[in-house]
Design a protein around this ligand. Sequence first.
Ligand SMILES: Cc1cc2nc3c(=O)[nH]c(=O)nc-3n(C[C@H](O)[C@H](O)[C@H](O)COP(=O)(O)OP(=O)(O)OC[C@H]3O[C@@H](n4cnc5c(N)ncnc54)[C@H](O)[C@@H]3O)c2cc1C
Length: 493
Amino acid sequence: MSSEVSRRLVQRPWGGLGADLERSDWHDAAMPADLHPSLVDAATTPYWLDRPTRPAPRAAYDVNGTADLCIVGGGFSGLWTAILAKERDPSRDVLLLEGNRIGWAASGRNGGFCAASLTHGHANGVQRWPDEIETLERLGRENLDAIEETLERYGVDCDFERPGAITVATEPHHLEWLRDMVEGDPDATYLDEDAMRAEVSSPTFLAGVLEPHGMALVDPARLAWGLAAAAESLGVRIHEGTHVTGVARGGSGVDVRTASGAVVRAAKVALGTNAFPSLVRRLRLHTVPVYDYALMTEPLSPQQLDAIGWRGRQGMDDMTNQFHYFRMTRDHRILWGGYDAVYHFGRHVRPSYDQRPETFDLLARQFFTTFPQLEGLRFSHRWGGAIDTCTRFCAFFGTAYAGRAAYALGYTGLGVGATRFGADVMLDLLDGVDSERTRLEMVRTKPLPFPPEPFAFTGVQLTRWSLAAADRNGGRRNTWLRTLDRLGLGFDS
Ligand SMILES: Cc1cc2nc3c(=O)[nH]c(=O)nc-3n(C[C@H](O)[C@H](O)[C@H](O)COP(=O)(O)OP(=O)(O)OC[C@H]3O[C@@H](n4cnc5c(N)ncnc54)[C@H](O)[C@@H]3O)c2cc1C
């Protein structure tokens, strides 16, 4: 994602903002009486996972055994760790345990924006680590190039493309923010209203900024499935349906215990468990799961495509705190997501939270306000998923169990690309490698934890309310947001 796209994501770490401030878990069953007709037949599974080509489940792990490296989690974090571990040392015995299915969670249900940024955007990175931002951005570009090269090398077919990004202004006060974006970025092009609408036609677009580099688009589920196949081709053992219930020191390594009672004695463990409760208990306050929602349209007809333009197929978002992200698929569907993002009291991750009819209804209405020329188009899929938000909005890293386990967490909605970098960091830490990565302040420091309940819920809701108010008030931030800004928890515009 472009640096500025991500910069503004930093302003809204809870994703988008719900219109309501009530406890969101009181609303889960609510179905608006006037659910938008375009949604009536939409499947409630993530589009990317709803494919006949989804690989059959792999067997669960059910015997006691050993491994040089045991990886917990079969999303991008775990899969990249598996591949890189084998590439570094082909003789290493690598076992990956996934509690559900490969790529079923965030990795298989995201927008597919694969950004070069490791810091959730330039502004967040430069604010926190001004002395190393150039290194971080170079490492991010190298990481994205390496993703492309790896996919080619293993023949991973996931519609990887690099069309660049466009950020659009939809309110007059965004225009100044857009001009700030292009300042100092020789790659960025300012698109005035006519130029913007010539690129992608919408009556709500007042201007835009085109950034041709720094972001790729992928089909995320096929990326996860392809990475799993690549890992297996290198000799990685993958087991699905294997929930890990605990990790403890054992002998000179770590014992990884599964729900079926099987134990893996592993020399090292890498944890890629994202928004799910961490197996390192002390980390549980460091992230909160925030639910983000998306819709997928049916494929557009040639006439509908003509009506919107968008020949450059760029990944797009808008500038409000309650932002939308949107993109085309290879078969000319539009993914439309964001705006509402919901934190449930108690840090819970539950399947029922993946569906939120009132959010889908709102997203559908906003879609047709943006693209009225597509009235009559229907959505084929509607879904949500949990994002692991931390207070600094980009990943943090570390070790536990006397250096025998490593973790990378807190990607905060921008982990499709950055998880590969995080995998390299975890392996550096486990292998005791002194690298450019491990010397980074970003890698050596940790974000402040969130408070326990009820303070976490209250703080998130107050922040959501404040960001929504800022959107209504020409971007002006209230005392609460300015206080968070001062504490380094804020969302500087
Ligand atoms: C709706 C949505 C849209 C998003 N859009 C984007 C985007 O466009 N661009 C972007 O960069 N990022 C986006 N993200 C974020 C991105 O998807 C994540 O940062 C990334 O996929 C994280 O990968 P992961 O492997 O760490 O986590 P996950 O994909 O969540 O994988 C973690 C895995 O660990 C497993 N697990 C957890 N605990 C255990 C256990 N105890 N035992 C066994 N297995 C366990 C889970 O079952 C899961 O499969 C989005 C996220 C969502 C939800």
